[in-house]
Design a protein around this ligand. Structure first.
Ligand code: GUN
Length: 284
């Protein structure tokens, strides 16, 4: 079997078409969807993400406000900025790019973002709502993975879905979404006794650990669906996922490539959340 390749660029483009239409609709009601992007320090990967977000936002008519602060910024100064953005009525979404520099208290900053403007869906209030099945904003990467699974027509009800990685921004919310879709969800992480056995038993594998090719292709159950969230730069410059792609693609029914799989979906889902926030500002 050779896997169907789940083309995140194509699915993201169609999500973005929908976002563009919704943003235009908001403008007819005098609401210009606006995203504030806060970048602290000079992390090169973060700078690239932020630039890409700005580009894609402009393409769909979303206005971005860039707040770039030096790496020496204190937690207090960042909290002040977040408070100001919370109070600015025409800012629909606030995104604080992670990771923050070591000296900044990330939890306090995320907690300070108005949950109604938390388009990343990282605020405990929003994560809690997701857990009880009443989401306000769904975190973008897990949402993107779910859209790719939907695109591939992957049945989830009753199937065994393995999520590898328990981060607050991908693994945990991903498990919740799969659970709401009636999958039988298993979470694996760095202390899992036998990762290979878990992968071999899984109908759906979502890998989000940031370890290059941790999941060997030979472990994939024939006909399984593989969603690879990893983006790892090797010393030779190659970009690889958390799954050994070529070997996995020989066994899987469908698989996401790296790059061009989950990556483009994250930004598209973020901008969809901004459109949602702007729609909530449209007068009834
Ligand atoms: N850093 C890596 N991914 C993300 C993301 O989705 N949102 C934010 N705010 N920071 C990130």
């Amino acid at each position: 079997m050779t896997a169907r390749v789940l083309d995140g660029k194509r699915v993201a483009a169609s999500v973005l078409d929908g976002v563009r239409a919704r943003v235009e609709q908001c403008r007819t009601h005098g609401v210009h969807a606006t995203l504030a992007v806060v970048l602290v320090g000079e992390d090169p990967a973060s700078a690239i993400y932020v630039r890409n977000k700005g580009k894609r936002a402009a393409e769909v008519g979303i206005r971005t406000l860039d707040e770039h602060l030096p790496a020496s910024t204190t937690t207090e100064a960042l909290l002040e900025l977040v408070e100001r953005l919370n109070r600015t009525p025409d800012v629909d979404g606030i995104l604080v790019q992670l990771p923050l520099p070591a000296g900044v208290e990330t939890e306090r900053v995320l907690l300070a973002i108005d949950p109604a403007k938390d388009v990343d869906g990282f605020h405990p209030d929003n994560l809690g709502r997701l857990m009880i099945g009443q989401p306000r904003f769904v975190p973008c990467t897990p949402q993107g993975c779910m859209l790719l699974l939907a695109e591939a027509d992957v049945p989830l009800r009753g199937r065994r879905a393995l999520v590898i990685g328990r981060s607050n921004i991908v693994g945990r919310p991903m498990a919740q979404l799969l659970l709401h879709a009636d999958a039988t969800v298993i979470m694996a992480h760095s202390r899992t006794a036998d990762l290979r056995a878990e992968v071999e038993a899984a109908d759906i594998v979502v890998a989000a650990v940031g370890r290059p090719e941790l999941v060997r292709g030979a472990w994939i159950k024939p006909g399984a669906v593989v969603i690879d969230v990893g983006m790892n730069r090797l010393p030779d410059g190659r970009l690889v996922g958390d799954v050994e792609y070529a070997a996995a693609a020989e066994r899987a029914a469908a698989i996401t490539p790296v790059p061009g799989g989950v990556g483009p979906m994250t930004i598209a889902c973020l901008l969809a959340n901004v459109a949602l926030a702007a729609e909530r500002r449209v007068p009834a």
